[in-house]
Design a protein around this ligand. Structure first.
Ligand code: F6R
Ligand code: MG
Ligand code: MG
Length: 368
């Protein structure tokens, strides 16, 4: 094989079992069977079908680079094949993230979320795939900042000469469709002005300043903005390369030990703690949540996915889960009040326009 390898993580919710809580085993089986069948198998070096909540995450390795039409088509066709099963079983929201009837060259913009990176496989290549449910792409801003820019999280920024120069961050403005690159630590305060608003600004990718190599990349698709109405949240994925000049695996996992508040809980309209969960425990229940994150570790071996290691199954994350549950209790107590419920401008695809239209004639001018 050529020495360059591409990892593509492509995800979609194409039907929940039960409600929006998890993926039925028959869908995982169909995805497995479809990807393993000829000629599909020949396009790939390896694949792994993962789930978090109601989302199927296809982890694909190949030699075809990012934005490859055949790979995107394969993911699209796999989701279509799973949708047939979802329809037979009358699963909830069957086919919901496939916004178009036809594939047209690239899966971006058609509904599914995509994170891809191409690199030369190192002598040893540890990767962590983070997958979240009931939240949005900006949910990665806080942990990516901590992994690659916070010396209190990542000792390597201080201690490892290969990390000491810092990292470059590509940040996307999802509303204005533009991007900007920051060089940290110098630009830290400027970048925080933007990424502290994760509903609009998202860290797309991170690069090593020492080598120029890609270190992390995330999905930044906003389904609601694409569909023009509320169709569910854009449960995101993120790929992080670890060790030897990148964060250690433990430094990549550390930000999740203190659950941060993210948008996307219940009806995509509430804020709640992002709870680290094992793959088996990642079925949002309470108030359709709380939002979950799963971390799967793989060693790449000539593009083969050796794994996964289900990191958040570890007891070391029990306290984080307890804190997330305590935060969930507190937030739920606020009911329909902000900041549990999202701000009005993030609710524009829900009932707000209808209610405002109905109330329009009941508003009166005030004297002062
Ligand atoms: C789905 C989600 C859920 C749903 C809720 C209502 O990602 O966040 O909380 O929004 O279950 O779903 P519908 O509108 O499909 O009845
Ligand atoms: Mg769903
Ligand atoms: Mg989901």
């Amino acid at each position: 094989m050529s020495e360059r390898v591409t990892i593509s993580v492509i995800k979609a919710d194409i039907g929940g079992w039960v409600g929006h809580s998890s993926v039925h085993a028959a869908l995982i089986e169909r995805a497995e069977e479809f990807l393993s069948r000829e000629p599909h198998r020949q396009l790939l070096i390896d694949h792994y079908v993962a789930t978090v909540g109601d989302d199927i995450n296809l982890i694909l390795t190949h030699e075809r680079g990012v934005d490859c039409e055949e790979i995107h088509q394969l993911a699209w066709d796999t989701f279509q094949a799973c949708t047939e099963v979802a329809r037979e079983l009358k699963l909830y929201g069957a086919g919901q993230d496939l916004l178009s009837d036809a594939f047209s060259g690239n899966i971006r913009g058609l509904g599914p979320g995509v994170a891809e990176m191409e690199f030369v496989e190192r002598a040893s290549e540890p990767l962590v795939i983070f997958m979240a449910d009931k939240t949005e792409p900006g949910a990665w801003n806080y942990p990516l900042f901590k992994m690659f820019a916070d010396p209190f999280n990542t000792a390597g920024l201080v201690i490892d000469p290969k990390m000491h120069a810092g990292f470059r961050f590509e940040v996307h403005d999802l509303i204005e469709h533009r991007k900007i690159t920051f060089s940290l630590p110098e630009d830290m305060y400027d970048m925080l002005v933007l990424i502290g608003a994760p509903g609009r600004f998202c860290i797309k990718s991170v690069f090593s300043k020492e080598t120029g190599e890609i270190a992390a990349t995330s999905s930044t698709q906003r389904l609601n903005l694409m569909a023009g109405r509320y169709v569910g949240k854009d449960d995101p994925v993120c790929i992080v390369r670890c060790q030897s000049g990148f964060p250690a695996v433990g430094e990549a996992l550390e930000p999740f030990a203190r659950p941060h508040l993210v948008s996307g809980w219940m009806r995509g309209s509430h804020s709640g703690p992002l709870m680290p969960s094992s793959a088996r425990m990642a079925s949002p229940t309470r108030f359709d949540g709380p939002p979950r994150v799963v971390a799967l570790g793989f060693q790449l071996a000539d593009g083969k996915l050796v794994g996964p290691q289900d990191f958040f199954a570890d007891t070391a994350f029990d306290n984080a889960r307890k804190l997330a549950n305590d935060l969930a209790d507190y937030m739920r107590g606020l009911g329909p009040f902000e900041p549990h419920r999202l701000h009005l401008d993030e609710m524009e695809y829900t009932t707000l326009p209808d209610v405002m239209a109905r109330l329009r004639d009941r508003f009166e001018e005030m004297d002062e």
